[in-house]
Design a protein around this ligand. Structure first.
Ligand code: BYC
Length: 343
């Protein structure tokens, strides 16, 4: 039912139009040797670099995941960006501007990492803007008030770090290296959100109620961010085999819940799950059922803000065309000047 949303073309045009996937050709002797070298490096937990030989399916999987990740960072700027002009103080405004700017930077490192795999930024952006490419479900929900901005920092960035720390050990070098810096910055994002909420929870009853209401609206969506249950995750087995994914969707979700419960206690909010309780035997928290129908509906374009997010993103891209044109014209002039000087 769910397709690879960012398919790098494979197979002939006729095969594609007939809806067929290319049948894998038997490997030649030299390809088999390269495949064996690749497998040995993966088994030894080594890194694959852009110029190394890699199986096409590994390349495609990485382009899919890294480009989706980049799109998530860029679209992820929108729900919080809406609040920059309405932040309650100069301090909060400065923090929020820095955070949103960081997310833009993360998107750029990630697009660059994906470009090393031979897919151009224009191709990736075209897939996002046409609605073909996925980005994280979480950014299709509205940020209704200032407490939402704190909760996005605490829970959304908290879930993002939980998912992204293992990616620092991903087998593809450029992705792993980009993730190290991303995770350092995400950790500041998570703390600033938590701190903003701590301040609100020391405020009036109305402010406390706003925080609780925001937690109630975001909790379940954050649990779904980790992706479908392992049993329904078509990409997990191969992703783990290749050392791209290190920890499964369900295990990361569990780690996030276990880490968040004590933070919620300190904050003084209730997580909206009556079935959430410590299981002594498992040494983990049990939790209630996630609404996967709602998740898939959002992933497939029918969440509350999908249309608005994509529309805003496309408009920002189009409005920025003159900046890209000017930068290119400047680079060309510079190049000509350098050539003249060298002549
Ligand atoms: N939303 O087989 P599965 C951030 C898709 S940025 C939408 O488990 P995989 C932040 C999945 O793509 C956060 N789609 O896939 C930014 C696949 O579809 P395709 C973004 C989802 O790849 C700014 C299908 O469902 N983080 O936090 O093994 C401000 C089956 O799933 C979602 C990353 O991108 C979802 N939540 O595992 C604040 C991290 N979940 O592609 C914060 C990098 C699943 O087959 N990505 N799908 O059509 C990953 O770690 C993995 O790709 C995932 C999914 C764990 C997300």
């Amino acid at each position: 039912m769910y397709t690879q949303s960012f398919n790098v073309p494979d197979g002939s045009d006729e095969a594609k139009s007939a809806g067929l996937r290319a049948v894998a050709k038997p490997l030649t002797a030299s390809e088999a040797a390269l495949q064996a070298q690749f497998d040995t490096r993966i088994d030894a937990d080594g890194k694959i670099e852009p110029r190394d030989w890699m199986p096409e399916a590994y390349r495609k999987t990485l382009v899919r995941q890294i480009s989706q990740h980049a799109h998530s960072e860029i679209v992820g700027m929108l729900p919080e960006g809406n609040w920059i002009s309405r932040a309650p103080s100069l301090k909060r405004k400065a923090i929020l501007i820095a955070k949103v700017q960081d997310e833009g930077g993360h998107g750029l490192y990630l697009y660059s990492a994906a470009e090393t795999l031979g897919t151009s930024r224009d191709q990736m952006l075209a897939a996002l803007h046409s609605g073909k490419a996925k980005y994280s479900s979480i950014f299709n929900y509205p940020t209704l008030n200032w407490a939402d901005v704190g909760v996005v920092g605490w829970l959304v960035d908290g879930a993002a770090i939980m998912n992204q720390i293992p990616l620092c050990r991903c087998s593809y070098g450029p992705y792993a290296r980009a993730m190290i810096r991303v995770c350092k910055e995400e950790s500041f994002h998570q703390r600033q959100g938590y701190e903003a909420l701590l301040v609100m929870m020391k405020g009036t009853a109305e402010q406390q109620a706003m925080v609780q209401d925001a937690v109630n609206r975001w909790w379940w969506k954050c649990l779904a961010m980790f992706g479908p249950p392992d049993a329904d995750s078509p990409n997990s087995v191969q992703g783990m085999r290749w050392g791209i994914k290190r920890i499964s969707n369900d295990d990361l979700r569990q780690k996030f819940i276990d880490a968040t419960v004590p933070q919620a206690k300190v904050l003084g909010v209730t997580l909206p799950d009556p079935e959430l309780k410590w299981n002594e035997e498992r040494q983990h928290h049990d939790h209630g059922a996630i609404d996967w129908d709602e998740f898939w509906s959002t992933v497939n374009g029918h969440g509350p803000c999908n249309k608005e997010r994509l529309g805003t993103r496309v408009k920002a891209h189009n409005d920025g065309q003159w900046v890209r044109d000017a930068a290119l014209a400047h680079a060309r002039k510079q190049q000509q000047r350098n050539l003249k000087e060298a002549a």
